[in-house]
Design a protein around this ligand. Structure first.
Ligand SMILES: [Zn+2]
Length: 80
């Protein structure tokens, strides 16, 4: 899969983003956070949260998919 340089939406560091995905989400590969997906809705609001909160969203997503072969997806963020 082709990836381009992007900014990690969780830690804010340099990451790689997939050029295209098969749905309403973005696919990131970050040396700090690993590989994860962010839904289109979550992409719109994730920047409003603190890094620590965003890392919590990712930790939750990873817990949800720990026993499956799906990639963790951040979605349904709380509204501020
Ligand atoms: Zn990251």
């Amino acid at each position: 899969m082709d990836r381009f340089d992007a900014t990690c939406p969780v830690c804010g560091g340099p990451a790689k983003q997939a050029e295209r995905t098969t749905g309403d989400y973005q696919d990131f590969l970050c040396p700090e956070c690993g590989q994860f997906l962010v839904s289109g809705t979550a992409m719109e609001s994730i920047g409003k949260f603190e890094v620590r909160e965003r890392q919590g969203f990712l930790a939750n997503a990873k817990r949800e998919t720990a026993h499956s072969d799906r990639d963790p997806m951040i979605r349904d963020l709380p509204t501020h």
